[in-house]
Ligand binder design. Structure first.
Ligand SMILES: [Zn+2]
Length: 204
C-alpha cells in the first residue's frame, strides 16, 4: 500500500483510504444530477447526491451545529453551479425541531449552502406551524395535505423575486418542496430546486 493511502483518512461511505469525504467511486455512485421538471411548480430540479448513512451522519453534524467545519468537506465534492441570476431561499423548519435545537437549522443550512454555491442568500421564505401528528408513516398525498394549511410565504417575500433557487437538505417524496414551490410560484420568474441529498426508493 502506498504511504499516502496509509495516512489517508477513511472514505465516510466505504471506509477505503480517501483524502476526500467520499472516495472517487463512492462519489460517482452517489451523484444524481439534474432531473426533468415536474408539473408547473418549478422549471428545474437538481438532486445532488443519494442519501446514504454517511450523508446522514454528515448532515447530523452540520444541522446540530456540532461540527460546522464539516461544511469544508463539500468543496471536494464539486457541487453543481448555478447561473448568478439566482438567489437562494430556504424552506421552512419544523417549529418543534427549531425549539429543540434552539436555532433555525434550515436558515443556517441555506446560508452555508448559498456560500458554497456562490449565490446571494435571501433567508427562510416561509412561516410554518407545527405538525399535530408524526409524519413518518404518511404517504406523499397525505403529507401534502397536512403541510399545506400550516405553511405561508413570509410577507416580505410577497413581491417580485426573479430567479429563485429553493434549497432543502433532503428530498424524500418531494411533497414538502412542492408545497413550498406552489406558494412561491406567483412571485417568481423562475424557480429551480436544489436538494443536496435524495432518498432513493430502494433505500426507503
Ligand atoms: Zn468510498
Amino acid at each position: 500500500m502506498r504511504l499516502a493511502n496509509l495516512l489517508a483518512p477513511a472514505c465516510q461511505e466505504c471506509q477505503a483510504p480517501s483524502w476526500k469525504l467520499f472516495c472517487h467511486s463512492c462519489q460517482e455512485k452517489m451523484k444524481i444530477g439534474e432531473q426533468s421538471s415536474v408539473a408547473v411548480n418549478w422549471e428545474k430540479i437538481v438532486l445532488e447526491f443519494n442519501y446514504t448513512k454517511a450523508a446522514e451522519n454528515w448532515l447530523h453534524d452540520i444541522k446540530m451545529n456540532r461540527r460546522p467545519e464539516r461544511w469544508r468537506e463539500l468543496k471536494d465534492l464539486q457541487l453543481t453551479q448555478f447561473p448568478n441570476r439566482f438567489q437562494v431561499l430556504s424552506v421552512s423548519s419544523d417549529p418543534l425541531q427549531m425549539k429543540k435545537r434552539l436555532f433555525d437549522s434550515s436558515e443556517s443550512f441555506g446560508q452555508s449552502l448559498a456560500e458554497h454555491l456562490n449565490l446571494p442568500y435571501l433567508g427562510v421564505g416561509f412561516n410554518r406551524g407545527p405538525y399535530l401528528s408524526p409524519q413518518k408513516r404518511l404517504r406523499r398525498e397525505e403529507r401534502e395535505i397536512s403541510l399545506a394549511p400550516l405553511l405561508s410565504l413570509k410577507p416580505e417575500f410577497q413581491r417580485p423575486l426573479g430567479s429563485v433557487l429553493l434549497v432543502d437538505d433532503v428530498m424524500t417524496t418531494g411533497a414538502t418542496i412542492k408545497t413550498h414551490a406552489q406558494l412561491l410560484r406567483p412571485f417568481c420568474k423562475e424557480i429551480w430546486i436544489y436538494c443536496l441529498f435524495h432518498v432513493s426508493r430502494r433505500l426507503e
